[in-house]
Design a protein around this ligand. Structure first.
Ligand code: PHE
Length: 356
């Protein structure tokens, strides 16, 4: 029971009800952050009213101590909660006042977070990969730092082949026996060999990844490019399978109306070798800067896997044959979007990249 309490023995008088009334009135009168703070110090602080009541308890007889202690603690809890809700309602009033005063325009759109996205080449590469996966190809990957053996030798690229020249290849600065055995792979083709070494026919596999060349860059050449390697080895695979697969890919990627062209080309690791081009989107085949006045743009090299390589892999080249292709994702993305300069992809200009 609350009320005035006089202790006969000590003469101390602790009137919790009066303390509570003063404190509540004081809180109701406090109308800004500074007033709230000085109220808190006076009522609940280390040297505040309630603390001193609790300190005095020690001198009281046991029953008084219990009763007043409980009342004081209850009041403390009540006042702390009241302080918090007073603080919140004052903040609400302040906000309402600013809005009413026109200082805050609540009709303004919120600030949107910038959302990231996949790089256009990653998007393109995934789309290309998906097309081949839907035709039954598996996906694997290989190292970007390659050895001379896988990048060139195992692909029958002779030691004096121009692709091995310092002009084309970025070698790792590490010498062994007077040679530089490690390089950044110049194409994804080393993975033909890597995969065949580990698997037996039938093989259907694609290998996407970055490749590096010491290029003088221009609108259609970059020093870092992204390829997807395609390899199928089985009994009875012919050039017709190669053309059918690649033509189907071109139609799905570029639309039914796009024209494709196969021509003979030379790559030491295929026989026969071809390149596949699609008609230039910019000039419609008339000839322009984009297509180097040819009307066609080469998007891949391909061919029938050289029988010598099949034999080297331990396959019976009389029984199994295969086709391989390497497609550049940058050119595919250029053509599909009418982009004029391959260098745009890696200049990190968000105005360009955000369009994808
Ligand atoms: N590796 C060749 C290139 O980078 C493309 C290719 C792949 C050609 C497979 C034939 C067979 O241009």
């Amino acid at each position: 029971m609350r009320g005035p309490m006089a202790d006969q023995q000590t003469g101390t008088e602790v009137d919790i009800e009066a303390i509570a009334a003063t404190a509540r009135a004081g809180l109701a009168a406090a109308d800004d952050e500074a007033a709230l703070e000085s109220w808190r110090v006076a009522q609940l602080g280390r040297k505040g009213v309630l603390t001193s009541v609790l300190r005095q308890l020690a001198g009281l007889p046991i029953e008084e101590r219990r009763r007043i202690g409980a009342e004081a603690n209850a009041l403390k809890t009540e006042l702390e909660a009241a302080l918090e809700s007073r603080r919140l309602s004052l903040a609400g009033e302040r906000l309402a006042a600013t809005v009413a005063g026109g200082q805050v325009d609540v009709t303004l759109p919120g600030r949107t977070k910038r959302v990231g996205r996949l790089h256009p080449i990653t998007q393109t590469l995934r789309e290309m990969t998906d097309i081949f996966v839907s035709m039954g190809f598996a996906v694997t990957e290989g190292p970007e730092v390659e050895t001379d053996y896988y990048n060139f030798g195992a692909l029958l690229i002779a030691p004096d082949h121009p692709a091995r020249d310092m002009q084309d290849t970025l070698y790792i600065d590490y010498q062994r026996d007077g040679a530089y055995p490690f390089m950044l792979r110049t194409h994804t083709s080393p993975n033909q060999v890597r995969f065949m070494e580990q698997h037996q026919p039938p093989i259907r596999v694609v290998v996407p990844g970055r490749c590096y060349r010491n290029e003088a860059t221009d609108p259609t050449h970059e020093w870092m490019i992204t390829q997807i390697e395609l390899l199928a080895v089985d009994e009875g695979i012919s050039l017709a399978d190669l053309k059918g697969t690649l033509f189907e890919f071109a139609k799905r990627m570029f639309g039914q109306e796009r024209k494709v062209r196969f021509r003979c080309d030379y790559f030491p690791y295929v026989e026969p070798g071809v390149d596949m081009s699609i008609d230039c989107f910019l000039c419609g085949g008339e000839g322009c800067r984009m297509c180097h006045n040819e009307g066609w743009i080469e998007i891949m090299g391909a061919g029938m896997v050289h029988p010598q390589i099949l034999t080297n892999m331990g396959y019976d080249a009389e029984r199994v044959t295969g086709f391989a292709a390497g497609i550049g994702a940058e050119r595919v993305c250029l053509l599909r979007n009418g982009i004029e300069d391959i260098r745009s992809f890696y200049q990190n200009d968000l105005r360009f990249l955000e369009q994808f």
